[in-house]
Design a protein around this ligand. Sequence first.
Ligand code: ADP
Ligand code: MG
Length: 713
Amino acid sequence: MNCFLTFTKKQLTSPSILDNPIEYLKGVGPLKGDMLKKELGIFTFGDLLEHYPLRHIDRTRISRISDINPGTEYIQVAGKLENLSILGDSRSRRLVAGLRDKSGSLELCWFQGIHWAEKNLVAGSQYLVFGKVSFFNGKPQISHPEIEAFVPAMADGKSHLEPIYPTTEKLKARGLSGKQIGKLTAVLIGLLSAKDIQENLPDPVLSRRQLMPRFEAFVSIHLPKDQQAYENALERLKFEELFILQVRLGITRLRRHRYSKGVVFEKVGEYFNDFYNNHLPFELTGAQKRVLKEIRTDTFKGTQMNRLLQGDVGSGKTIVALLTMLLAADNGFQSCIMAPTEILATQHFHGIKHLLREMPVNIRLLTGSTRAAERREILKQLADGSLHMVTGTHALIEDPVKFSKLGLSIIDEQHRFGVAQRAKLWAKAAIHPHVLVMTATPIPRTLAMTAYGDLDYSVMDELPPGRHPITTVHRNEMHRIKVMDFIRSEIDKGRQAYIIFPLIEESESLAYENLMDGYEHVKAYFPEPKYWISMVHGRQPADVKETNMQRFVSGDTQIMVSTTVIEVGVNVPNATVMVIESAEKFGLSQLHQLRGRVGRGAEKSYCVLLTGTKVSNEARERIGIMCATNDGFKIAEKDLELRGPGDIEGTRQSGVLNFKLASLLNDKELLENAKIEAESLLNRDEDLNSVENLPLKNFLVMQKGKTAWSKIS
Ligand code: ADP
Ligand code: MG
């Protein structure tokens, strides 16, 4: 993409010391250089500078050995080394020693590097020791401590805070321990001056946020003069990471607003109005109306809409999608809605077709299992423009699919689709169609601001009226009969129930057996012909799946036994019970998504989380959260907390979350501030042309070559 930032690239050819190959650094050389490249990805001086310390040892903060208690984690102590001896034979061989201070003694222990320790440690001398305390037979012990000759602090004139760096076992064996890497870093920092690390943040931002200058921050994060200096350096560099990302995302967004050409939905016409006035089955919620207004504004402007619609399970995203599709039709454009599974695509198709049953709208379904003759017809109608709308799966982005006038692409349940797939849909039209991306469950705000920060953003924070909150309970196997009795009582009232079994990732056949076992059990409780059961799983051909699904939708069967293929989007308002088997195996957002299959109608609904009798603490916490709240936004935050952003679906491929220092979990406030600063800056100077923003602009241009930050658009 030809970005306005690229033209200054020529100006930036002056070589920087930070680009020097790492082997040129004094103390490194070719051998260690190779190791650093292989093990830690440190190729240049600059890479070493950004290899940040894990922590600092405060050489003045020495604890008494008698202060160690069962809650102690890491500790630094000093004392006399005694009783060095080698114990055990070949496999359990270890070196042990005692360390004694005035208050008591502690055992030190080495399983590896015994030779080194034997050679270098001298009984009777004073040592400074740092490490993680464990207890063995009730006595405190440190395995593989960091250990060095004790020099009283202040006596050597060095800073009290000594950096310890991440390293690997291989590097340690080659003389590059966490401490030794620190020596290299110190050499490097000695070579640098402020001109090598130029400021990239504008002055007003620095002063408003009271941030440390860049050069000073790089020095102080490695070699701080005190704890405060370290913290200030850390804050500055974290802010920089977050701010730079926000500026980039902001530029992508603004550039799209300014340059992208979009089709214009000029009018609200007959299709929309007829449906809205005559066929809409309910009053829209305030949130639905607000989002529709946002969409209307976006699609009228002449630039491409690229909007993320976040809403909790059951907040009514489908009808918003449909009304937007009608808007497209009013302006002579085709639209498509892409879903991650056939079940969901099929359901969208039937749902929308039903809503439009009295209107002259041509809508069809295209999936992997659409038969050849029908597929040909659909492709023909798409190409000649006689098809208004199409719902489907990935089949929609395959090459033979050509639209005559695609104006709108809707992607449901976004996190199942990669960014590349999203982009493929756009390419289906000469002028990019408007894109509306709908999430299955909310994503945490910090993630929305980063991983999806290039999109405009709408939130539906209101559920349709009259919903009873779903009651969620945790039961274990021992209560299975009671749970089945409960299902029976609901069915006898005319309701329906889901029973969900987990997918077992390591073994598809095990998952299948598990499901079949479950099915037999359920059948024993609910015999035909009084009760009928549908079963849906991944191994069935699409038409069997579809038939079983339809029987449940139409109420012919009262129970749906299924794997998680049912997870996304399925809508059967008469179902009031969701039983999740082996609930401990599910993640939070998946549980919430599953639970969202009930509570969609007027009746009170229930979710039962069934587990074994033994449940890990973490699973217990997830289940506790589920029982405590129905709020998808809260659950999303908790999910992020428990799993970390790397594991949240859809973020990995986005490639924007590789922060070195900042964390979406712990630096929320910093992120908010970085976003505020980035936005206000871009509002005033979108092209970064002012003198005060020039350093930032130069920095972005330089970085652009190094990282693929523009990937996400
Ligand atoms: P989701 O946001 O999870 O995709 P759906 O679009 O499937 O939610 O809607 C959930 C249910 O709520 C559907 O049965 C739908 O018909 C119903 N619904 C949607 N909007 C409203 C509304 N404004 N008032 C009443 N019911 C609504
Ligand atoms: Mg949905």
